[in-house]
Write a protein that binds this ligand. Structure first.
Ligand code: DC
Length: 678
């Protein structure tokens, strides 16, 4: 995941290929809770690994559930409805799917077995209503205190006193409002089997139940855990007497249908040749958001589907605006609002009042951010209407700590397909908020999108040996979420291969052959050559010296050119070396030429070697550096020199962070966005 404050998406032009979806958040957290309350061990396959599931897992562990990884499965050994731990403070982040059901389960358990639990979350969690659930649980006889504001978390459940013995009032129906969040009903249904031993327990829904498909998921999963809820339409639900959670032994979590919506939209907008194939969800899905497909089709998507897969291509283009009651697909409907940027006409999404109480006020947030791109937007208490921009503007999208805003706005980067001229890059602020449900969303998106290489930004950092360019360039790449090319490593890898095979420094044709056939791979913390880890070997002094010599051969340089160019990929590249700005990427968007005095560089290299336990002499290091500078500067081909339009930076007296900040500041000024926090 990116550790960046912002992620700039270059203009994108097409999409195709296959993506695997992470597990469904709604299913994952329900299954975790049910497994945690059941007797015995449940093996959960394909569980979502994200912020929201992590808080649920931590809570279950705190409550005494045993949780272990076994191969690809997670084994959860449940409490069998009995509280081992009777007092705990649980921090639940911004996970509504953890807060609501844990509130119900622990309130009921504390009332019947004694206990005292405090449930809290991030500040936004404390603004998300839970009063209707608290009211329902109080009717039942549970002792609940709202610790800050009545009707909102943080909550205290139970007083710590021993249970009174007369149990809970389960004989009369419990009434719960259904028109603010369906999660209140879900929470009750998940928890009530805990007290249905002697009597059936009925819940009656007051008001129109919203987001019904999420209640379907709850009923479906309860059934997998041995509890068959009887129902009277959407009005009343009865947990039969004698109900007890029975682990299914093993359960598979299907891909997240809301997460699928971004890739379905991607196919509809940008799969203008081969389709985007989505693995992990299909026609057999139990999630309501799968019905997003119908809405996407109505806008123009061409969708094929089968069990566990979807294939989406562009159908009608431009897309067609729709008017739709989105009550059944509240989360995925946000994706429709972004598809509206590519549609003819005005798209109206109605019956979405629940957007106002989600991770952020999503109606206000979507309206603000869509307007920044140039769209015309109207909004009301429970609706939004979006008309595509006449003129697109490059925009920095504020994400409000809301994963779905970050994910759906990434689709705005295809504006060239809607005629934006020039095409506009899109900045996503705080992109790591996708970690709530889809930690590697952007990596998976980038694996199926394409653009003209010319759209992909490049920053070059050239400079003499030991100037710190590698450190600076890799820090810049991290800060920007860009790819990183250490071009010295490709010369070093050629040198290492030559040394191992005994090829001489003068054998230009053979060296060029070796360079052309390098099987070299870079990952986050390792470089492999023919499958072997050479990260350390490449840094050896003798390899560096050999690299400096063989890099003077034109045939070697030519043979390594394609490999270096291939690093220029979405969303961008930071490349360091000697000729990045002059020869390999002469059109780079920013060129930095980094220097430091020979004395400073010799000192740094000395420290580096000593810290690795290698003895070294500072004077001879300096002499070596100067000799290598002379060779790199004086060779006839691609000599080391600043590009004419390079920004010169002498970092002799700068910390790494100060150098990074200095370059980022220059970069910010060149980007078409107002400021990183705009
Ligand atoms: O940056 P470095 O020390 O890892 O580079 C090793 C040698 O490779 C260096 O002495 C010269 C050569 N090189 C080059 O000629 N052009 C580049 N872009 C990068 C490195």
């Amino acid at each position: 995941m990116f550790a960046t404050r912002f992620l700039d998406l270059p203009p994108l032009l097409s999409a195709s290929g296959s993506v695997a979806l992470p597990g469904s958040k709604s299913i994952s957290n329900r299954v975790l809770l049910l497994a945690g309350l059941s007797a015995g061990t449940t093996a959960i396959h394909d569980l979502l690994d994200s912020d929201d599931t992590r808080v649920m897992l931590t809570a279950l562990r705190t409550l005494g559930c045993v949780i272990e990884e076994k191969g690809a499965a997670l084994l959860v050994t449940g409490l069998d409805g009995r509280l081992d731990v009777k007092e705990a403070q649980l921090f639940l982040g911004n996970a509504g799917t953890a807060m609501r059901p844990l509130t119900a389960a622990l309130a009921v358990l504390a009332a019947t077995q004694g206990g005292r639990f405090e449930l809290s979350g991030v500040p936004r969690m404390h603004e998300r209503p839970i009063g209707d659930l608290v009211d329902a649980l109080r009717q039942l006889g549970c002792d609940i205190a709202c610790l800050q504001t009545e009707g909102y978390p943080p909550l205290r459940l139970g007083s710590g006193a021993a249970p009174t013995g007369h149990g809970l009032r389960t004989q009369a129906p419990i009434r719960v409002r259904g028109d603010v969040s369906s999660q209140f009903l879900t929470a009750l249904l998940l928890a009530l089997p805990l007290v249905a031993e002697r009597h059936a327990v009925t819940v009656e829904v007051e008001g129109e139940l919203i987001s019904k498909p999420y209640v379907e998921i709850t009923l479906n999963l309860l059934e997998r855990f041995g509890i068959v809820v009887q129902r009277d339409g959407w009005r009343a639900f009865t947990v039969p007497q004698g109900s007890a959670y029975r682990s299914p032994g093993s359960i598979h979590v299907e891909g997240d249908a809301s997460s699928a919506s971004y890739f379905i939209a991607l196919g509809a907008i940008a799969a203008n040749d081969a389709p985007v194939r989505i693995e992990g969800i299909g026609t057999d899905s139990i999630q309501g958001d799968i019905r997003f497909i119908q809405a996407a089709r109505a806008m123009g998507a061409d969708v094929l589907s089968g069990p566990g897969w979807l294939e989406v291509k562009r159908g009608r283009w431009p897309l067609q605006a729709i008017t739709l009651d989105c009550n059944h697909i509240p989360d995925a409907a946000m994706t429709l609002a972004v598809m509206a940027l590519y549609a003819q006409g005005t798209t109206r999404l109605t019956n979405i009042a629940s957007w106002r109480v989600k991770e952020t006020d999503r109606i206000a947030a979507m309206a603000n951010e869509l307007r920044k791109l140039g769209a015309a937007v109207d909004e009301g208490p429970d609706w939004i209407a979006v008309t595509a921009p006449v003129r697109w503007t490059a925009a920095a999208i504020h994400t409000y700590d809301d994963h779905r805003i970050a994910m759906c706005f990434s689709l705005a980067a295809f504006n060239a397909l809607a005629g934006a001229a020039p095409p506009a890059p899109v900045r996503i602020l705080d992109p790591q908020c996708v970690g709530k449900t889809f930690p590697d969303y952007f990596e998976r998106l980038f694996s199926v999108v394409r653009t003209d290489t010319a759209h992909v930004p490049v920053i070059t950092v050239d400079g003499p040996t030991a100037s710190g360019k590698g450190t600076l360039a890799s820090a810049l790449a991290k800060a920007l979420g860009y790819h990183f090319l250490d071009s010295g490593a490709v010369y070093r890898a050629t040198a290492l291969t030559a040394l191992r095979l005994g090829v001489g420094t003068d054998d230009e044709p053979r060296l060029a052959e070796l360079a052309a056939g390098l099987d070299l791979h870079f990952s986050a913390d390792q470089i492999t050559l023919r499958g072997l880890d050479v990260t350390e070997a490449l840094r050896l002094e003798e390899v560096g010296a050999m690299a400096s010599k063989i890099s003077a051969w034109p045939a070697v340089r030519a043979a390594l050119r394609e490999l270096q160019l291939s690093f220029r990929q979405v969303p961008g590249l930071v490349a360091d070396g000697r000729d990045m700005g002059t020869v390999i990427f002469p059109g780079a968007d920013l060129k930095v030429f980094l220097t430091a005095s020979a004395a400073t560089r010799a000192e740094r290299r000395h420290k580096q070697l000593i810290s690795k336990g290698i003895s070294a002499n500072i004077d001879s290091l300096r002499a070596d550096l100067e000799a290598r500078d002379a060779r790199d500067q004086n060779r006839s081909i691609a000599p080391l020199k600043p590009a004419e339009d390079a920004t010169l930076l002498d970092n002799s007296a700068l910390t790494v962070q100060a150098s990074v900040d200095a370059v980022l500041e220059v970069w910010q000024r060149r980007r078409p966005f107002a400021s990183p926090s705009a």
